[in-house]
Design a protein around this ligand. Sequence first.
Ligand code: ZN
Length: 260
Amino acid sequence: MNLEQVTGMVLSAMPIGEYDKRVVILTKERGRISAFAKGARRTNNAFMACTQPFAFGNFTLYQGRNSYTLNGAEIQNYFDDIKGDIDKISYASYFCEVAAYLTYENMEAIGILKLLYQSLKALNVEKIPNDLIRAIFELKALTFNGEMPQVFECVKCRRKQVDLHDVFYGGFSSRAGGMCCRECVETVPEPIKISPSTVYAIQYIVTSKVEKLFTFLLEDTSKEELCRVAKQYMSVFANGNFHSLEMLEILSGTIEYSGK
Ligand SMILES: [Zn+2]
């Protein structure tokens, strides 16, 4: 048998027939793949737990001509502590959906896989607000996806900040591709006003290692600016129709449930 070991996280699972499942796994070795899990919906089946969304660990796959079949799994983290909280489940599902949207089979996916893992872990740290985790995840995911914003010079006049004590940057424009100085802020499309601590947070997110990302907090004004920037940046560079996002917005009261 042509067996292969991969490390990854289950992004989603879909029922197939009466007893089986098809799972989408983001793997370090093969990018985003989908695999058939025979019997995974039967009570007490060995695959029942390891084919649930967020399960992270080593998966053994049988590689057929056109598809993968799950042969075994050794799960290191089920993220069960997230599953008791509807807010956290919604955020985690959204992160998985975005990760699925940005990845494909046989791509290099280690960065986004690590980001996903650390973001889910961060959801369990009470003092880090969920919307801050979301903004960090969104900006970093797009950076990994080749859409790193320009954060070290003005996107318009190309000047750099010389005096670090000076308030140089005035805004962020996703369509212009990043930060702009205070003099250019009115000339870029849809600028979002950002304060110095937001500037620093964005620079930190874009350049830091994934392991160091969830180590800071922001005061409310700055956090709101960062969330607006991340949201706008996503709408320009990853405008997917994310179902879990709708759920998130209903939960946070941003939109009212339309009953659809
Ligand atoms: Zn400028």
